[in-house]
Each structure stands twice: as C-alpha cells, then as structure tokens.
Design a protein around this ligand. Structure first.
Ligand code: COA
Length: 723
C-alpha cells in the first residue's frame, strides 16, 4: 500500500483543528500587526529597558495604540499610564513585558484575564539561569496555557517589523525595510546583525529574537512567515531545534513557498553519549541536523556573511531556470577566480549561441574571449561592456549572469551600473554583481541596489550567493516530486513480543539471533540459521542447512563475538564443525566466563557479495534516522554514509544509495558484479518502517548486508532498545 508522505506525517503530528490553527496564526500575527500594544514595566527612567521599549514604540513610527503599564507612574513619555493591563478600558492585542522575572507570573495572569492573546517576555532570569528561573519559566508556560496566550521569549529581544514601523525591542536602531525575515535564537546576535545590516544596507522585513523559546518557536514563525507578503526569504540562526520532526514537516511546506536559510550553531548533548553501533558512532553530533535540513529543503550556511549574502540574492533576484550561468568581466584574473568558484559550487557555463558570438564580434576587440566566461578586456568602456552584457543576458542559453567589473580608468562604473540595472529589471533572469574595489564601489553598490542587484566585492561570495539560487531551484523540483512511503505487510506483533521478553529480562541489547528475528518479522531476509545447545544438535542442524556453515555464539553479553574467537566461518564438513564447536566453547569459557549463553547458532554460509551497511539510530530531537553506506572496512575508514529522517520514501531511499561516494562499486564498475539496487532500496524502506513502528529501537546495525545480483542477506545484525 502506498501512502503519501504528507498524509503519513499529518497522522503523526499533533492534530490541531482548523479553528485552532487559525487562532494560533492570528495570535502570531499580533506579534507583528497589533492594533494596540501595552508595555508592562514602562519605566519612567530613560536608562531602563522598559523605557526604551516604550520609546521605540512611540517614536519609531508605530501607528497603533500604546498603553504604558506601571503602577508607580501616572504618565510616561506623555502617555497615560495604567497600573495593570486590567485597568486599560480598551482591547489590547500585544503585551510586551519588561518587569523583573519574579513579577512576570502575576503579569501573565493579568494578561490572561484581560484576554490578550499575544505577549513578548523580554525579562531575563528564567530557564537560562537554571533553578528558580526554570521554575518561573514553567509557571508562566502553565499560565499561558491556561489562558491560551501565545508568547515569545522569555529572555528575548523582541520583534521588529519594518513594514509596520513596529519596534518592540530596546535597540536604539531599526533595520532598513526589505524582504529578509531574520529569526534568531540569540539576542546578542540580533543586535550584531542589526548593526551590520545597517552598515551593509541590508533590508529586513521582520527581525525576531526567540529567546528561551518557552512557547513560540522557529516552527510557528516559519509557518507564519511563509504567507507573509513582505518576506521573500526566511533566515534563521538556531542553536537547537526541539521539535525536530515537526520542524522537518513544516519546513518542507514552507520551503515550497519561499527559501529558508539557516545557520545552526552548537551541538546536541545526547549525541555525545557513548554509542556502541557503527550507525551510532557515525551519526555524530550534527548529522541529524544536517540530514533534517537536507530533507526539508532548508539551505544551510556556515557563516553569517554567507547567510546574508544568499538572503540578499533571494530577496532581490528571481530564481534561475537552470544552473547555466554566464560570467562577464573586464579582467582576466577575476574571470578565473569566478570560474573556479563557479565550478566548485556546481554552476554550469552556458554555451553562447552563434548569434550571440556574432553579435559580440561587432563591438569587442578581436583579442577578447568570445566564450563564457566572457572577458571584455580592460579596453572596454562602459558602453562596450554594457553591449556585451545585454547580448549575453538575452541569449536563450543563458539563465542568469554574474557581472564583474574592475575600476579601470576608461570605465565609468556608475554609468555601467545604471545601464546594467535598466536591462536586468527587464529580464526574468538573476543578475548578481561583483563590482570590486575602488573608491566609488559604495556608490556603485547603491546604484545597483536601486535595481535590486546585490553586489559582492569578493568573487567567491558572488558565486556562492548565485549558487544558492540554483540550489533552491533544484530543491523546489525535488520537493514537488511525489513522495511515496511504501508500507510493507509485516509482523509487528512478532517484534513486539521480542521486545516484551527483553523488557521482562531487563535487557536492552538483543542477541544477533533476536535482532535477526526482528528483521525477519519485517521481511528482511537473513541466512538460514538454527540455535543449538549441543554438538550433536549442531551436526544435525548443519546437515539440514547444508555445508558450508558458520558457527556463532549466541549471548546477550558478548557483543564483539569475533574478537574472542566465538565465530567460525566456512565450515565445510562435520569433522571441521566438531572442532570449531569445541573451540568456540573453549574460547567463551576463557574470555567471557560470566556471559549468559543462549546457545550456538549454526548459520548458512552465504556467498560473498557487495557488503553494505543499513543502520538506524534514534536522535533525541529528530527521532529515528536510517543510515546507508558501504559496509565492512569502508564504513569505518571512509565514513561514506547517507542518513535520512524516517519515514523514508522510495525516492529518498534511491537517493541515499546514489549519493554515497561508493555508489559505483554497487553499480558494478569495471566488470564487477552489479548489486541489486532494488533489494537495497527495499531493505532501507523496511528498516525505516521498523524504526517508525518501534520508537524504542535506539540503535540498529545490519552489517554487513550482502548484496548479490539478485537479492541478498542480512548477514549480521545488532540492535539495542531503550525503554
Ligand atoms: N507592572 C508594571 N510595571 C511595574 C510593575 C508591575 N507589576 N512593578 C513594577 N513596575 C515598574 C517599575 O516601577 C519600573 O518602573 P520605574 O522605573 O518607572 O519605577 C519598571 O516597572 C521596571 O521595573 P524595575 O524593577 O525597575 O526593573 P528594571 O527595569 O531594572 O529591570 C528588566 C527589568 C526586565 C529589564 C530586567 O529584570 C531584565 O530582565 N533585564 C534583562 C533583559 C534582557 O536582557 N533580555 C534579553 C534580551 S536578549
């Protein structure tokens, strides 16, 4: 049975009614579009935060009603003061709280009683200080829940909406109006970005600090901003994501509407804990985040300048039709730098049409290059450069242009910027500037900005920003493809019984045989086996299974069986079997005398094939993740693996296989046997289903899964549960 991914996701998510969703949305909307704002803690003293917040509201151009709340004042900044929100005769849409933390619960109660749907808690002294602060935070969460209040913070900087001239922060400045929404988990970073943004003339639609995220989080805001007409791109600085699966689900929907760019700092605590499986050790600190971003189409940046470079491109330029770009310069060196960066960042050079080349010949000197990247040479003045620019951007093979210029004597860059701008606004192709250096660069940038052309004075930055536009184009194509999560007919009850037994025995680690039984219940083929308790039984089992066989100890206490000589392979006859059996017993007695032994397994010795690993790990934020990679030594040395958050669709399973570097080995290069890719794909999906069904599985390794031309076997398996 095939299920649509979204249907499946909705089933797993919290089931909000439509009414609840609409209400939640309007509560968030009031963070940015309140008709009236109360400042609770509106101080009379100009050095205090509550005063600064009120000041910004009063003098920042906000047009709604403002109510200062302060029991110790009659008026502040010329406005009548109220002792409590309860004393305000009219409705209040938003309450900004700037009183000391101990007073916040009482204030929150009053906000609830006054029926105010939305609040911003600027006050610090909550979870971030631990102990009493954490208790206070729980208290305000409870009060907010009781009254259905949605609140931002605590310990936050507030929000700025440039389009409504609403500034609820205590910053002395507001960012410029624009189309980038910035959500930050760090207040300090907000201040830094705000200042830098002003210096670099970056325009923002909304500026939001999440603070402690006790209620409103990045997911709520992304969802809201997806439909915000002033926001063309959503940027995030995050230190953690607490509702990982909901983040992935929401981001996938949001990214279909507009690009989401993220910087993720910090590492997960859980990830650092010791793990015993390969999958666990490969999952590392950051893999779940990296996987989740990739799967949801969120574009990750690793530096702040990279984040805003790309954001500026998204906010101002259209998305290209393809990766085919043209580069135009008036200096060879810059052309080379741009070319190198373009190749490294996955851009392709458009091939100029014959018509374009003929046209270029009309005005470029014969020593110019007539290929892409196009060097118009230092001989070109602004008219010649512009003619070339106009010619290439109108070439149907070109889907966008990076236009670079060096400040040369004969070139009037200001004039060039105007000329380029005029044409760029006429075509629906992205144009990114790389006008470098020179005294006038700021002036030139201002001109380009008028035409919505972002400029980067460093070639690599220009290319990287452009490459993200291309990346988004591909992400959209991917997200719009149908995702089928196949649900196999499996024996869930059988697995539940195995786990029940483990719980009864107070065990968390399954034996290889138990792990294989779990897999068998999910339709994953393992080599034939039988667990025996005596040598005679072993002989009988080997005859039934057929030589050659493998002998392995079955014990929950022995994880690394081979290391102590408790595995014997390629046993070709009874004589060898008898020797091997005795050896295993001797080795176990010697190296693991206290181990509980369930018996010895006699297993079919399957022919060797391509060895891959399929694993699973449960991440504290994102839930189960499936891993795929080449098995054996490859997994240890090259760490050549791909992860996905479950459930894994058919297409994603396919991508996991093809994205590892060792894909060619599976495909059978240079006369090697080709592995059964459909078999791997199906096994990944079956493991995904198992991990989805049994959230108690904390670690799982099928290593190796031998893959043959047709089918394969889960030769060894490890599994751990947590309950
Ligand atoms: N309702 C409304 N106002 C009240 C009040 C009440 N129940 N009780 C007292 N007030 C008034 C005070 O009288 C005072 O006004 P005044 O100066 O005119 O007398 C005002 O509220 C502020 O109270 P005060 O006790 O002076 O606090 P403060 O201004 O020194 O500090 C905070 C309050 C919230 C700013 C401070 O506790 C804090 O948390 N600072 C850090 C904020 C921060 O960094 N946030 C994170 C940003 S990223």
């Amino acid at each position: 049975m095939a299920l649509n991914l979204m249907q499946l996701n909705d089933r797993q998510g919290v089931n909000h009614t439509l009414e609840e969703k609409l209400m939640a949305k309007s509560a968030i909307d009031k963070l940015f579009n309140p008709k009236s704002v109360a400042v609770v803690g509106a101080s009379r003293h100009s050095g205090k935060i509550g005063h600064a917040v009120l000041y910004n509201l009063v003098y920042g151009g906000y047009r709604g009603k403002i109510y200062p709340i302060n029991p110790n004042a009659n008026e502040v900044l010329g406005l009548q003061c109220y002792p409590s929100v309860l004393k305000v005769p009219e409705e209040i849409d938003l309450a900004v709280i700037t009183v000391p933390s101990v007073l916040v619960p009482q204030v929150m109660e009053e906000i609830g009683q006054k029926n105010i749907s939305t609040s911003i808690v600027i006050s610090s002294g909550f979870k971030e200080v631990g102990g009493e602060g954490a208790k206070l935070e729980r208290e305000i969460v409870e009060i907010a829940k009781k009254y259905g209040i949605r609140f931002l913070g605590p310990n936050c900087f507030g929000v700025i909406d440039t389009w409504n001239s609403l500034n609820t922060t205590f910053s002395s400045q507001s960012p410029l109006k624009g189309h980038i929404a910035f959500i930050s988990q760090s207040g300090a970073l907000c201040v830094a970005i705000l200042n830098q943004g002003l210096m670099e003339k970056i325009g923002f639609s909304k500026f939001i600090n999440l603070g402690n995220k006790a209620d409103i989080d990045e997911i709520d805001l992304m969802e809201y901003l997806a439909d915000d007409p002033q926001t063309k791109v959503i940027t995030l600085y995050l230190e953690d994501i607490r509702q990982g699966r909901k983040f992935v689900r929401t981001a996938r929907k949001v990214v279909k509407k507009k690009p989401v760019l993220v910087i993720k700092a910090g590492r997960t605590e859980e990830g650092e804990k010791a793990v015993s499986s390969h999958t666990g050790s490969l999952a590392g600190m950051d893999v779940a985040y990296e996987t989740a971003f990739k799967q949801s189409g969120v574009i990750r940046a690793y530096r702040i300048d990279e984040l805003f470079d790309a954001a500026e491109a998204f906010a101002n330029q259209p998305i290209p039709k393809s990766e085919k770009v043209a580069i135009i310069t008036n200096g060879g060196g810059v052309g080379v730098l741009l070319t190198d960066a373009a190749s490294l960042n996955g851009l392709k050079f458009a091939r100029f049409s014959q018509k374009t080349i003929e046209e270029l010949h009309k005005f470029l000197p014969p020593f110019a290059s007539f290929r892409n990247p196009l060097d118009v040479t230092g001989n070109a003045n602004e008219e010649v450069y512009f003619n070339a620019f106009k010619t290439i951007i109108n070439d149907p093979n070109v889907d966008g242009v990076i236009t670079a210029s060096l400040p040369l004597q004969i070139m009037d860059e200001r004039k060039l910027a105007h000329l380029i701008g005029e044409v760029a606004t006429q075509v629906k192709k992205p144009v990114i500037g790389c006008f470098m250096g020179g005294e006038e660069v700021e002036e030139v940038e201002d001109i380009l900005r008028k035409y919505n052309i972002p400029n980067y004075t460093e070639p690599e930055r220009a290319v990287k920003a452009y490459a993200k536009l291309v990346r988004y184009k591909k992400i959209l194509e991917e997200l719009n493809m149908e995702e089928n999560v196949v649900t196999f007919d499996v024996n869930r009850k059988g697995v539940a019984e195995i786990f029940k037994k483990l719980r009864e025995e107070n065990r968390t680690r399954l034996t290889e045989i138990e792990a294989k039984q779990v897999l068998e219940n999910y339709g994953i083929i393992v080599p034939k086996y039988r667990v025996v308790k005596s040598l005679e039984e072993a002989v009988e089992a080997a005859e039934d299974i057929g030589y050659p066989v493998v002998l392995k100890i079955v014990s929950p206490d022995i994880i690394h069986k081979s290391d102590i000589g408790a595995v014997k392979i390629n046993i070709i006859d009874e004589k060898k079997l008898r020797v091997a059996y005795q050896e295993i017993i001797r080795n176990v007695k010697k190296h693991a005398p206290k181990a509980v032994v369930h018996g010895i397994s006699v297993q079919e010795m399957v022919p060797s094939g391509i060895e891959v690993i399929i694993g699973g790990i449960k991440d504290p934020q994102f839930g189960p993740l499936v891993m795929f990679g080449l098995g054996g030594i490859y997994v240890e040395i090259f760490r050549d693996v791909a992860f996905r958050v479950t459930p894994v669709s058919e297409r994603e399973a396919e991508k996991m296989i093809s994205e590892i570097r060792g894909y060619n080995i599976i495909r059978g290069v240079r006369g090697r046997t080709r592995g059964d890719i459909n078999f791997i794909k199906e096994t990944i999906m079956r493991v995904s289903q198992l991990l989805e069904d049994f959230k108690e599985i904390s670690e799982l390794d099928i290593n190796p899964l031998t893959v043959h031309e047709k089918g394969g076997f889960a030769v060894d398996a490890r599994m751990k549960i947590k309950y």
